[in-house]
Design a protein around this ligand. Structure first.
Ligand code: ATP
Ligand code: MG
Length: 365
């Protein structure tokens, strides 16, 4: 389950700087399978301190963190929904991602050209939003046209869908993002096939100058204020600082560097955490002498579905799962000791996997 996060924003706001910082990390952490993919996609490992805990206890041959893909998408300009700039291609790229990291310029630096002539994070965000909303309106209108007749003929499902679509239309036309329309999940199914761009979860990345760290500046505060009602996260980073952090090989050096700027963690870490949070993702682990590994699943997934991310056979032939809680593993130090202490739970098909569970699946093929 490779999670994709698209980096979106106006031109020249720091998207590539951020992406390059992220890609550098990829070079440092080459420890994952299938690392060669298209150049505008960076696969990065998700930092997780629990992996170190397990590594010390299990002493495996290798440790494999889970990964996230970041996609550097071309800058968007006014009129993109009508094909300006890279227009449609760019929007198709966004369609494919699970979440959007919307980079907003929050640094004042006269040397860096701003496409709109002045730094105004709220207006900038609205330019991007408006383009995405126009594209979404197009999708909604198309579907309305498609089902209108059926609805008129009395088909109940089409009638219901039509009413939901019309609500989205009104909402989008009023300059709102689809994600802020409050409907129940059942109703929302009417737009599921449309993959609306403004329905995707979003993280706003307030790109500030380094002197504004760690808490941000007047611009990032304006942005935070403006997106309050959106159920979105705002992460304050300085892309230029991230690039410098990425160049440091040594983890101690990095820690010192972060401390210097009053940061507890890198912006990249903050971004990853925000993405996990907004996408409702959790991590479980497998731990054996050959390999300790982290796996990403959605909150609420049952054991067979969770097993399926390792291999489809695990899901199809699922028999049961043996589950150890991390705190028990830490306390008893080994699987054998956990077993003796009665701390391995045998779970069936209905078990809902929890964040941090150490799983061992039994299956037959
Ligand atoms: N936090 C920051 N403070 C100061 N300057 C920055 C900051 N972040 C980025 N910059 C500078 O802004 C300029 C534009 O950055 P970058 O090329 O990453 O933008 P972009 O969003 O990728 O643009 P495009 O959409 O055109 O590809 C660069 O000169 C970069 O060094
Ligand atoms: Mg760029």
């Amino acid at each position: 389950m490779a999670l994709k996060c698209g980096i979106v924003g106006l031109p020249n706001v720091g998207k590539s700087t951020l992406f390059n910082a992220i890609s550098n990390n990829k070079a440092e952490a080459a420890n994952f399978p299938f690392c060669t993919i298209e150049p505008n996609v960076g696969v990065i490992t998700v930092p997780d301190e629990r992996l170190q805990i397990l590594e010390e206890l299990v002493n495996p041959q290798r440790v494999l963190p889970t990964t996230i893909e970041f996609v550097d998408i071309a800058g968007l300009v006014k009129g993109a929904s009508k094909g300006e700039g890279l227009g449609n291609q760019f929007l198709a790229n966004i369609r494919e991602v699970d979440a959007i990291a919307h980079v907003v310029r929050c640094f004042a630096d006269d040397n860096i050209v701003h496409v709109e002539g002045k730094v105004d994070p709220v207006a900038d965000k609205e330019v991007i939003d408006a383009e995405l909303q126009l594209k979404d309106l197009e999708s909604v209108d198309k579907k309305i046209a498609r089902i209108e007749k059926v609805a008129k003929s009395g088909d109940t499902k089409a009638k219901k869908d039509l009413s939901v679509l019309q609500q989205y239309k009104t909402h989008l036309e009023a300059g709102n993002n689809a994600r802020t329309l409050e409907l129940d999940p059942e109703e929302r199914k009417a737009i599921a096939d449309l993959q609306l761009l403004t329905a995707k979860p979003v993280i706003y990345v307030a790109n500030v100058e380094e002197t504004a760290l760690p808490d941000g500046n007047e611009y990032s505060n304006m942005l935070k204020q403006a997106v309050k009602g959106e159920n979105a996260e705002v992460v304050v980073v300085s892309a230029s600082i991230e690039a410098q952090i990425a160049e440091l090989e040594d983890s101690e050096e990095r820690a010192l560097f972060l401390e210097e700027y009053g940061l507890k963690e890198s912006g990249l870490n903050k971004l990853i955490k925000a993405a996990y949070n907004i996408l409702n993702l959790i991590t479980y682990f497998t731990a054996g002498v050959q390999e300790v590994r982290a796996w990403t699943i959605k909150k609420g997934w049952k054991a067979p579905q969770a097993a399926g991310v390792i291999h489809t056979d695990f899901e199809k032939g699922f028999i049961k799962a043996e589950v150890i809680k991390l705190e028990n593993y830490q306390k008893y130090k080994s699987e054998v000791a956990c077993k003796e202490a009665g701390k391995i739970a045998i779970e069936g098909k209905e078990y809902i996997v929890c964040d941090g569970d150490i799983m061992h699946f039994r299956f037959n093929v």
